[in-house]
Design a protein around this ligand. Structure first.
Ligand code: ARG
Length: 398
């Protein structure tokens, strides 16, 4: 049997490699996709071989992740339940695509991922892998299948003589360019405030610099292209903003999230660039879109985020929604000025060549005014239904 394993180097995927090698005597190919996790990826490769992998692939997909996944999320202002910028949810379909490509090229019999039965990622991996693989390659989830707890996985690794990397870690972390999620440990008690050790991308607001930071983000057709005048590649732009804005103590999220699998969970995230870019993008949209466009787009944005969260990246509806989102985003060009200070972030300025706002028109002294007659006519007709209903119903009595 030839198995391809979506390999992070964590406890679960390490256990899978060992089981497949030692217990099932499979040929094992590990694949690690670099989506911007701050991890020693050469160390992960070394670890894969140490566990017995026959071959390892390290695939750098940072730019593809930023351009094809994160930038779509920016155009859709994607925040699941108004809070979560979808880092893990966006990365899964891309990881699945890369892993599937290797599996097809290598002629694998099965593809394995390390998800358990309790989380969202199993849904995302299973569905996208099935979509990208040929039907004769099976998708398996050994941790889920064998019902292995973390303790049991640890035991298995130890039994085969391995001391797992990072098994001492207090939390379950998933990280990529777009967000870092921190789950488990004392955070499972939703009443307990996360301590500083949970965070690594953001300075605590209390110890952030005493001086506000101004950042100017330039957008072209709905996607960011420059920061403070520097043109940057998609991934570099996101990484730069994570650093700059994280240092100011901005980007922490803490909320009760509704998982796909019927459970509420307490989720803590760091996502400085994501929150800053979505806030900026929304602000610019308010300047360039008509109110009705904005209203429709709010609905579409919410639908888009929901599909992605639910693991339905491959649902054709996503692409239909994107047609409308992209069409409106043609106008989202311009600059947004942000002020970031001690954990807070505000948009304090914006400009666009496609602005529907006119300072000249709005000016109270020098600006344009509709005539009294125009205004009266408009108001009469605007309120006609309401006024009619008022008078008809007052005759009816209570
Ligand atoms: N709750 C988030 C989501 O469903 C984060 C998942 C993190 N994944 C993980 N394997 N730790 O997208």
């Amino acid at each position: 049997m030839k198995a391809v394993v979506a390999f992070s180097g964590g406890l679960d995927t390490s256990t899978i490699v060992v089981l497949l090698r030692k217990k099932y005597e499979a040929e094992v190919i590990t694949v690690t996709v670099d989506v911007g996790q701050e991890e020693d990826l050469l160390g992960v490769e070394e670890w894969a071989y140490k566990l017995g992998a026959n071959k390892h692939y390290l695939i750098d997909s940072k730019e593809e992740f930023a351009e094809e996944y994160i930038f779509r999320a920016i155009k859709a202002n994607a925040l699941y339940e108004g809070k979560y910028p979808l880092g893990s949810a966006l990365a899964r379909p891309l990881i699945a695509k890369k892993v599937a490509e290797v599996a097809i090229k290598e002629g694998a019999d099965v593809v394995a991922h390390g998800c358990t039965s309790k989380g969202n990622d199993q849904v995302r991996f299973d569905l996208t892998l099935r979509a990208y693989l040929k039907p004769d390659i099976k998708v398996i989830a050994p941790i889920r299948e064998l019902g292995l707890s973390r303790a049991k996985s640890l035991e298995i690794l130890k039994q085969y003589g391995f001391e797992p990397r990072g098994a001492h870690k207090k939390y379950s972390i998933d990280e990529n360019l777009w967000s870092r999620s921190i789950e488990g440990g004392e955070l499972d008690n939703p009443l307990i405030e996360p301590t500083e050790e949970a965070f690594s991308w953001t300075t605590s607001p209390e110890s952030a610099p005493d001086k506000p930071l101004y950042v100017e983000v330039e957008f072209k057709e709905g996607v960011p292209v420059a920061v403070n005048g520097d043109r940057l590649s998609p991934a570099s732009l996101v990484m730069k903003l994570n650093k700059l804005i994280g240092l100011q103590g901005f980007g922490r999220i803490d909320f009760i999230e509704s998982r796909v699998v019927g459970l509420k969970s307490r989720e803590v995230y760091e996502a400085p660039a994501a929150l800053a870019l979505i806030e900026s993008h929304k602000d610019l949209e308010r300047m360039v879109l008509t109110p009705r466009e904005l209203r429709l787009k709010n609905h579409l944005d919410e639908l888009w985020a929901d599909l992605v969260y639910q693991g339905l990246w491959i649902d054709p509806l996503r692409e239909h929604i994107e047609v409308a989102i992209n069409s409106m985003n043609k106008n989202v060009t311009g600059v947004v000025k942000l002020k970031v200070y001690k954990g807070g972030l505000r948009v304090v300025g914006r400009d666009s060549p496609y602005s529907l706002y006119s300072q000249h028109v709005i000016d109270y002294d020098k600006g344009w005014y509709p005539s009294d007659c125009e205004a009266r006519g408009f108001i009469t007709i605007h309120g006609l239904y309401a006024l009619t209903a008022q008078s008809v119903r007052s005759r009816r009595g209570s």
